[in-house]
Design a protein around this ligand. Sequence first.
Ligand SMILES: Cc1cc2nc3c(=O)[nH]c(=O)nc-3n(C[C@H](O)[C@H](O)[C@H](O)COP(=O)(O)OP(=O)(O)OC[C@H]3O[C@@H](n4cnc5c(N)ncnc54)[C@H](O)[C@@H]3O)c2cc1C
Length: 617
Amino acid sequence: TTCSQGATDYDFIIVGGGTAGLAVASRLNQRLPHQCTLIIEAGPDAASEPRINIPGYRGSTIGTVYDWNFTVTPQPGLNDRAIAHPRGKVLGGSSALNLMTWDRASVAEFDAWEELGNPGWNWESMYAAMLDVETFNRTFLGPGRYGDEGMGDSGPIDTFINEQVPIQQQAWIPAMESLGISQNLESLNGNPLGVMYQPSNIDRSTYTRSYSTSYLPLANANLHILTNTTVAKVLLSSPGTSNTPTATGVLTTTNLTFTARKEIILAAGSFKSPHLLELSGIGNTSILTSAGIKPIVSLPGVGENLQDHIRIQNSYELKPNYTGTDILRFNSTRAAEELTKYYAGEPSLYRYTGSSYAFLTWEDVLSSNSSSPTSPANFTSLTPADITDLARSSTDQSPASRTKLSYLTDPHLRASTPQLELIFSDGYTGAVPYPAPSSADYGKQFVTIIASIMHPFARGSVHVNTTSPSSSTPSSSSSSTPANPVINPQYLSNAYDLTAATLASRYMRYIASTAPIAAVWQAEFYPGSGVQTDAQWETYVRQNTGTIYHPVGTCAMLPRGDGGVVDSELRVYGVEGLRVVDASVMPVLLSAHVQTAVYGIAERAAGIIAAKWSGGD
Ligand SMILES: Cc1cc2nc3c(=O)[nH]c(=O)nc-3n(C[C@H](O)[C@H](O)[C@H](O)COP(=O)(O)OP(=O)(O)OC[C@H]3O[C@@H](n4cnc5c(N)ncnc54)[C@H](O)[C@@H]3O)c2cc1C
């Protein structure tokens, strides 16, 4: 059978053509090729957009038409800054906007998902699923850059370790080694600790971003895609005798209705999936009521348990004999030349993505600290026990926080779970923009060390805006577009997170002063030499900490009594025919950038959903 184009009735409807959405839809279609599936995506198809495709333009789509342009509520921990929280609004979702870091967390962090009450969700199953996502290109692997284990070789997403490593970047691994950190040549096999090169999701044959749209060629003509169409809510039937409502279809903001014979799958991401549940009457009943939404299913976990990786960065001005990617910002002649080389298939600064990383325990960090008051290596007075005490005082009793605490208190987990990620990044990536043309600093070039705290204890929320749940669209009097959800991540709201970020920034200053990195720069631009005392460090951290864009947990896969929103088959509690498949289902944040796990969740979900319906295909 061929499903008719323009139909309003499908077997499956997938809300959100993003990272997980395109992956789960394509794999489901492969398994159930005769069933009709519709993907509804709010953004456009931008397959030929250079700002998405060219690695050197990564980040340039933030704040554009391809971004939902969410802003968090003013964060007391960040000196009341209300920072932007970008999310892709384009076919491919956030996989079209992300910075192309491709990595994996540790074995125990995935096993923790199973221990929290999710049978089948563990390292073994997720590792197998994640390997199915990718084809790692070994052809361009220089010596000493990666070993054998940890990469897939048959999936639709192309990855490789970028050959474009500016000379100043090559100082990273030797500097970290001299601080006692060993190189890890197989960091994607479940043991991520150490210093290393890591892959980017780039198709080496074209040197372009490889993202979730690469799944679509796997599917046949029975997978339909509707772009530029925003779902306003899921339609639920009245509860029948079983007292369980069923998801029957979706309503768009332009008042179109699409019905689903089998299932609706929300893949709208960590902010919009919980928002859509609330707009549909599923969530905390008091929040729904105050937003004027009739509660249909009481599910207080919806939109709670928001976890995100915070980041802080130190920037160093390069000596004049180095050339980095900042030159593309201020030298238009050079930028044009580099672009010409890029399009000619030659090495070019536009091929650059970061590839130098380290994943560390707190013991790794503290191992190079000196207690001598006059030593430059004296970057902290904290002991490992102090850090654990801070964690104890910062944790709540939620499953996520208890799990994170165990990563610090269990001796085996403490030695194997990364707590700090460092990225040695070319160019300026600070919390405030690159200096303006009028500034004396315009024209300077930088290297940046970025730190990301892997297991912060802050847990926030995302909820429907109760003061104005919808903003009416002028084009149609009868329909309405939901107002953006209210996002409150609670950044730096506890002593552990603040101390971790401060310790990271102090440690990065020490790393920068270590050979051979010390030889490539001439001045610390941020934090700058004016930051020395504890109070100054705290001010710097509160003023410069931001997100590294990994919100998860807001439709957590957990037992219902533990605040869960979906069960271990990703079914929304209390509703028939409705699942969530995206980053929001992760119960606990991982010590990695999250896209590999998001794709892995989608791969597993397709298997689970197909197993239920394969009899009918
Ligand atoms: C700027 C940035 C940099 C990042 N860098 C990295 C990185 O380097 N490495 C890494 O691993 N991860 C990175 N991430 C994180 C990673 O990309 C995301 O976690 C992941 O892509 C999320 O996938 P998802 O499927 O949950 O959501 P998304 O990919 O965001 O997909 C959600 C989709 O649903 C659509 N949608 C939402 N609401 C509706 C609606 N009502 N109707 C119709 N469609 C709707 C959206 O438009 C979107 O396409 C980054 C993220 C960002 C934003």
